[in-house]
Design a protein around this ligand. Structure first.
Ligand SMILES: Nc1ncnc2c1ncn2[C@@H]1O[C@H](COP(=O)(O)OP(=O)(O)OP(=O)(O)O)[C@@H](O)[C@H]1O
Ligand SMILES: [Mg+2]
Length: 155
């Protein structure tokens, strides 16, 4: 997987497939920030990342849970790694609440994916994989662009 790119995603299975491809480049300590409006496919992409990492448990849109940890499982293309899936929507931009999730500790041994994390989660690491997702109204088609962004923030 190249470090940056852009892709048209006609169906949800395409979004999941992109997640699996992105997962191949992810190791413990990596942060993924997912940006995009409601229904853009952030959770679908996370499901693909989880599949690529081979972690256990079903990936869903957490209604009451803000962060869910999926235990490491078998992984074909790298060392097994847990996945922490965060939906920061309900944090409403509160950095205190984000801090309370102790994601910096999670990053010691896990990949952390944060939906609605733009503007908050970047400060957790010196670099992160930013995935921007968008959708057309009344259409299944989504688009995604991704790039590693270097912020120089301290972990
Ligand atoms: N090409 C596609 N990629 C992703 N999802 C698609 C696509 N086409 C249709 N869908 C549907 O759109 C919805 C995307 O929902 P998903 O929960 O992944 O979005 P989200 O960005 O996580 O939303 P939220 O902001 O509410 O968390 C799902 O119902 C999925 O089946
Ligand atoms: Mg979601």
């Amino acid at each position: 997987m190249v470090d940056r790119g852009e892709r048209l995603l006609p169906e949800v299975t395409d979004t999941e497939a992109l997640g699996r491809e992105l997962a191949a480049g992810l190791r413990a300590g990596d942060l993924v920030v997912l940006d995009g409006p409601l229904g853009a496919g952030k959770t679908a992409l996370t499901r693909g990342i989880a599949s690529g990492l081979g972690v256990g448990g079903r990936v869903s849109s957490p209604t009451f849970v803000i962060a869910r940890r999926h235990p490491a499982g078998e992984r074909a293309d790298g060392p097994p790694v847990p996945l922490v899936h965060v939906d920061a929507y309900r944090l409403g931009g509160s950095l205190d609440e984000l801090d309370a999730l102790d994601l910096d500790t999670e990053l010691d041994d896990a990949v952390v994916v944060v939906e609605w994390g733009s503007g908050m989660a970047e400060r957790l690491t010196g670099r992160h994989l930013l995935v921007r997702m968008s959708r057309e109204p009344e259409s299944e088609v989504r688009t995604a662009s991704w790039e590693w962004v270097h912020t120089g923030a301290a972990h």
